[in-house]
Design a protein around this ligand. Structure first.
Ligand code: FE
Length: 335
């Protein structure tokens, strides 16, 4: 039983401590509906209750402010930069787990064991099936070609996914090239950046643009949604590569907070999330790529085809992030 629950029991005047169930509290950047099927399966198996607070903005500030009194045990988030940001704020603790180190390849976890990747995803091009021929766009560099003038849609470039992509451009080239690339993309936009990745697919369906940037799993989610499947069916996934590299990848992941009132139950959940069972749910329900070797992608995800992941490591990309964001602001991409 956790100290928090014991104190709670004492405060309630209990003379004997009741057998309270274990409980894990999560602060999540991920949309609750994406992770609920996983958490339900975990609770069914272990009897451990899991509560999720969806924290869209200010996750780090909140954890810092709460300090040792934080009710959060785990942080679930997307993007390597956000994981590193939480760790650098000093609000996490390392997890020494033979299960996690066996399940998760070294390149997808922190060498100091503060963060662990749970899924990977590729940032790809959604192309209109009608208006873009297969093979017409094969690289990220190509997105800046004036032949796409008025044909490109994207969400905000200050969004984490696009900052990471720009950081990868910067790591493959240099600042001058990246600035020109950003200006090229901005010049090709059919409309001001707006909405999420799915909104760009809707815009292609509506004929507003012909190509867009998006993460792979959104296409699966859209196909499963009766309202959005028609949009999804109007596009194809093209896996672009960097000149001399591969397709840009990112991760979703988890970290244990420093406060972690229910440390042991939280570690149990972390270990469960890397299990075959959980990795299969990520693959089948969320259309993400399992991080655990040997767990298969869903049939749908396989149907999108094979691709070569980029040669840059996650830390290469994270290191370029601040400079990438500066360039995005310099070209005033979103306006
Ligand atoms: Fe996402």
């Amino acid at each position: 039983m956790s100290l928090r629950l014991s104190l709670f029991a004492l405060a309630m005047g209990a003379t004997a401590l009741p057998a309270l169930a274990e409980e894990v509290n999560i602060y999540s950047h991920r949309q609750p509906e994406l992770i609920q099927p996983l958490l339900d399966a975990f609770t069914a198996e272990t009897g451990i209750t899991v509560n999720v607070a969806f924290v869209d903005k200010g996750m780090v500030e909140r954890l810092v402010a709460e300090g040792d009194r934080s009710p959060a045990d785990l942080v679930l988030t997307v993007d390597i930069a956000r994981l590193i940001e939480v760790v650098n704020a000093g609000v996490t603790q390392p997890v020494d787990s033979a299960v996690l180190t066996a399940d998760i390849p070294a390149e997808f976890r922190d060498p100091a064991n503060h963060w662990f990747g749970l899924t990977t995803r590729a940032r790809v091009i959604y192309a209109s099936k009608d208006r873009v021929k297969p093979g017409e766009i094969t690289s990220y560099e190509d997105l800046a070609d004036p032949k796409w003038k008025g044909r490109l849609c994207t969400r905000s470039f200050t969004n984490d996914y696009n900052v990471a992509l720009t950081a990868a451009v910067l790591a493959h080239h240099d600042a001058a090239y990246t600035k020109t690339w950003l200006e090229g993309l901005k010049g090709n936009l059919a409309r001001k950046p707006d909405g999420g990745d799915r909104d760009q697919v809707k815009a292609i369906w509506a004929g507003e643009c012909d190509i867009a940037l998006g993460n792979t799993y959104y296409l699966g989610q859209m196909l499963a949604d009766p309202e959005q499947s028609e949009w999804a069916n109007s596009v194809r996934i093209d896996f672009p590569v960097f000149e001399g590299g591969g397709t840009h990848m990112n991760i979703s992941g988890v970290a244990l907070t420093k406060a972690a009132p229910d440390h042991d139950a939280a570690v149990k959940l972390m270990e469960w999330l890397s299990s075959d069972e959980a990795q299969k749910i990520y693959a089948e329900t969320n259309y993400e790529f399992p991080v655990k070797p040997g767990v298969e992608r869903s049939e749908l995800v396989k149907s999108w085809g094979e691709f070569t992941p980029d040669t840059l490591t996650l830390s290469d990309v994270a290191a370029k992030r601040p400079d990438a964001l500066k360039l995005i602001e310099e070209v005033d991409f979103d306006n």
